[in-house]
Ligand binder design. Sequence first.
Ligand code: ASP
Length: 333
Amino acid sequence: MLAENHKLKPLFDFDALPPKQTVGNGFTGMDVLSVAQFDRDRLDYIFARAREMREMVLRIGGTDLLRGHVLACLFYEPSTRTSSSFIAAMERLGGGVIPITQGVQFSSVSKGETLADTVRTLEQYADIIVLRHPEIGSSQLAADYASVPVINAGDGPGEHPTQALLDLFTIREELGRLDGLKVAMIGDLRYGRTVQSLTKLLLQYDVSLRFVSPEILRLPLNTMNQVIDAGVNVRETHDVADVIQNADVLYVTRVQKERFSDLAQYEEVKNYYEITPELMAQAKEKMIVLHPLPRVGEIHYAVDSDPRAAYFRQVKNGMYIRMALLAAVLGRA
Ligand code: ASP
């Protein structure tokens, strides 16, 4: 029972609360589903914001730019970097997170709830949803149901747009330019979604592309056709030694075991290539090695101490890019 003389006093002075502000940046409220949504202007904008985020983190660690905003992080496939960097990004900007990441098996998904219903539930609590799912097109489906923005954090072998943004940003920051570069993609070009996304983004620049893979893991025809239509200088090969001397960027990837229906085929190609100090001795003095990670043997540990090994710097850039993107989509940057 309430005390007799209890009077309901307003909890908030609503007149004194600042208005909810959003900036007209062209990103506010946008679903981020594919790299096709990013032209050079948009890329420059996100990169400029990411640099500001980096500077801010280095100086003060975090701000409250996204205070009052909540991100739902919904991962139906394993993740270390993408999920933790989205969480770190949100927290460094003062927002909150609902992490359904490693624990999707403990959510109602394991009771058979559909993606559409899970998304329509999470949007009741959250202002934005980051989704990883094993099926191509899953993030589009989630976006069709959700009224809050959805960010694709990997849809099976489809796309991984935020990874491609951070890959491109890393190349730009490490080498100081994008035009004029020779980029070699190595490994599982067939199932690697980061390869599809980064390749498509690179087509907006004046680059040469080299694709290095075993025969069964060649770049899919639809992506290759886009490369050819864009008129860039392109060549395919099976051997890293063919490209190492001229490459400005070696983009190394893991064979995507989880996408093989025949594991015997995986066994055949899993150890096809390894970047070693001996190979690196043939590479240019100013070049970089990137990898979206995790690595499972494609880059020897002895390469890590080489200053050209940029894959952990690439990881850090992921947080700055995702900070920039979250702030932009939520209309705060
Ligand atoms: N982490 C990247 C992805 O989710 C690359 C990989 O898993 O090999 O696509």
